[in-house]
Each structure stands twice: as structure tokens, then as C-alpha cells.
Design a protein around this ligand. Structure first.
Ligand code: GLN
Length: 357
């Protein structure tokens, strides 16, 4: 039996305008027009609603009940899955028995819901609009059959191999509340021990240049800077970026906001948070897999004083290369297959081999 499934992955990096759900959905369709065939579509955290809601009341009209399957994010995921016969993962704001979660739903190639994940570690923005932590701790994996036939035309007497998959949302990659020990590696350590080979991450990750994080500025100065970023880089609609060229990105730290290049220090920080998957003298010995794949799907744009950092990336960790001391993209076990720029709205497409259990 084949050890790998070859999948075409499309990571959609959006600039959702807060509350403009219909326009955001149209943009997703416009971006995906450039991808004639795809097996897995990943969209960002709160992909079509926007993220920085000022309070609970502001987000209430956009909350979706998973069981009803009629919210716009869930409907969009089903539509994409039905159209392409693909898997779709989308971040959305969930309501369940009047509790709010920051969630991501995975839809299968036949349009059915396969899994719903709730963000476990919250960021301050989540708390502002009233999200609750996932009551299930521990980042448990799911066993995902990645063969479309299983969903569309399942053959009796055939066994379909699974891929152990972990879904996380943005802050889940950080130490809990930024207070836990850095080397606790809650998400990545747990995923590694469960032998995960596919790591899916919708995000709304901030730029190191985000005015919201500048403690020396007053609120109105932060808002003013946000406005300037927005006007300078995001006021005109561009043709969507389509990055399907198989060129590995250059990852450099940017001290200035450069919309067309990835923010290298952020991508390297994500990699460091996946240290358990790296072949390194002090890391775990990766005898359980040849390849583990990370899909980090971030958003771009500005909301008030928050500037997001894009840089969505498709990354593979090789468990078979030899261990080396680097703890970033220079480590030989790390293969950054592609990254989008910090301000690109568009799609990153790669054909990748995903390892079965
Ligand atoms: N720590 C992340 C950041 O700085 C968290 C953001 C999020 O959870 N959306 O962007």
C-alpha cells in the first residue's frame, strides 16, 4: 500500500472586511477561480466575518450554530467542498447553547461536516467578544481518511488508511496565556505524541509592526497608525496573488511592512513552536513519520489598530533527515514549500505528499 497521499492544497489568505460577509464570500470565490483543481482548501480564523469585534453584541449577528448548518461560513465550506469534491477547513464564530467559541469546521468531499474544533488557548481579542475556551483540553487528534472515494463512492471490503490530524487556531501555537513555559510546547508536543502527520492552522496572526502591540503609543495614536497602514496598503483591490510556482520563499525578518514578502521572523517563530517536530539534538526522535505537514493559513489587512501579518505557509518536517542545531527554517529537517507575502490577498497552492498512519 502507498505510504503517501498526494494532495493539492490551497491556502486562501484573505483580507476579510469586518461584518461584510457577502463581499468576503465573493472574494473567496474570486480567489478560488484561479485554482481549477484542489483537494484541500484551508481558510483563515473567522475567515468571512472579520475578527476584531469590539464586544459580544457586535459579533452576535455573525454567530453560527453548527448543528443548523445554515451559517454563512459553514455554507461556504460546503459549497467549496461540493464544487471541488475537496476537504475544506474554515474558521468561524460558533454559538452553542449561548456559549461562544472561536471554531473551525472541516467539511468532507461530499459536503458533510467531518469535524468541529474549538480554539483552546484564547487571545485577548477572543475575550473581548466573549469567546470561551474549548472545554476539551489536550488538543486531541482526529483520524482523517483523506481518500475522496471513501466519501463519494465507498467500496465495501476496502480499508482506507487514515492520517492523524491536529487542528489548531492561531493562539493555540503559543504558550498558554503567554505564561506557560516556552518549552511546554502544549500544542505541538501533544500533536507529536499522538503521531500527527497533518497540522492545520487557521490564523489571524498579528504583524510585529501591528500598532496595537506598541505599548508606547496612546490608543488614538495606534488607531491613527492602523488607518495609515490601511490606506497605504489595503485601500485598493488588487488582482488576487496566485502562488503555485513551487519556489521556496526567502525568509527574512522585516523591520518594515513589505506586503509582497513573507514576514520571516513570524514564520520562524511558528517553526520554533513546532520544535518537537524538528530533527534537533534536543528534540524528540522522530521515528514515527517520514513527513509531517503544517499548513498555516493566516489573514491580512487592518482592523482598527491591528495589522495582520499574512505570510501563510505550507511547511514539511522530515523525520528522516539527520538532526542539526538550527531551530528555524535553516534546520535541514524543515522544508518551507511556500509562503505568501504579508499583504497578499490570494492563494498558496502546492501539491504535497501527506503520510498515512
Ligand atoms: N499570539 C497571536 C498573535 O500575536 C494570537 C492571535 C490570535 O489568536 N488570533 O497574533
Amino acid at each position: 500500500m502507498n505510504k503517501f497521499a498526494r494532495l493539492r492544497v490551497a491556502c486562501v489568505q484573505l483580507n476579510p472586511r469586518i461584518g461584510e460577509v457577502e463581499a468576503n464570500i465573493r472574494k473567496v470565490h474570486t480567489i478560488l477561480v484561479n485554482v481549477p483543481k484542489v483537494d484541500l482548501v484551508v481558510l483563515p480564523e473567522l475567515a468571512i466575518t472579520g475578527y476584531n469585534f469590539p464586544n459580544r453584541r457586535a459579533i452576535e449577528p455573525y454567530l453560527e450554530n453548527l448543528a443548523l448548518e445554515n451559517g454563512p461560513s459553514i455554507k461556504l465550506a460546503k459549497e467549496i467542498s461540493n464544487k471541488y469534491k475537496c476537504f475544506t477547513l474554515i474558521g468561524y464564530p460558533e454559538i452553542s447553547n449561548s456559549t461562544i467559541y472561536n471554531s473551525a469546521v472541516l467539511v468532507g468531499p461530499n459536503g458533510s461536516i467531518l469535524h468541529n474544533y474549538r480554539k483552546t488557548f484564547l487571545y485577548e481579542t477572543d475575550e473581548v467578544w466573549g469567546a470561551s475556551e474549548n472545554p476539551e483540553k489536550g488538543f486531541s487528534s482526529l483520524k482523517l481518511v483523506l481518500d475522496k472515494e471513501y466519501y463519494l463512492d465507498k467500496q465495501a471490503n476496502k480499508t482506507y488508511p487514515t492520517v492523524t490530524t491536529n487542528i489548531g487556531i492561531c493562539m493555540d501555537v503559543n504558550p498558554y496565556q503567554f505564561k506557560a513555559p516556552f518549552n511546554a510546547f502544549e500544542f505541538s508536543g501533544s500533536a507529536f505524541h499522538q503521531r500527527a502527520k497533518l497540522l492545520l492552522f487557521p490564523m489571524a496572526w498579528l504583524s510585529p509592526q501591528s500598532p496595537s502591540t506598541k505599548e508606547d503609543l496612546t490608543k488614538s495614536e495606534k488607531l491613527n497608525k492602523g488607518k495609515i497602514f490601511n490606506e497605504r496598503y489595503f485601500s485598493t483591490e488588487h488582482k488576487p496573488t496566485v502562488n503555485d510556482n513551487n519556489v521556496a520563499p526567502k525568509l527574512e525578518s522585516n523591520t518594515l511592512f513589505v506586503p509582497t514578502t513573507p514576514e520571516g521572523s513570524t514564520v520562524n517563530y511558528w517553526l520554533l513552536r513546532f520544535f518537537p517536530f524538528m530533527k534537533h539534538p534536543n528534540s524528540y526522535q522522530s521515528k514515527y513519520y517520514e513527513t509531517a505537514t503544517l499548513i498555516a493559513c493566516n489573514r491580512v489587512g487592518v482592523e482598527d489598530d491591528i495589522l495582520y501579518t499574512g505570510s501563510s505557509s505550507i511547511i514539511q518536517f522530515s523525520g528522516t533527515s539527520s538532526s542539526a542545531p538550527q531551530i528555524d527554517s535553516a534546520n535541514p529537517s524543515v522544508n518551507v514549500l511556500g509562503s505568501l507575502g504579508q499583504g497578499d490577498e490570494g492563494v498558496l497552492v502546492r501539491d504535497i505528499d501527506i503520510e498515512f498512519d
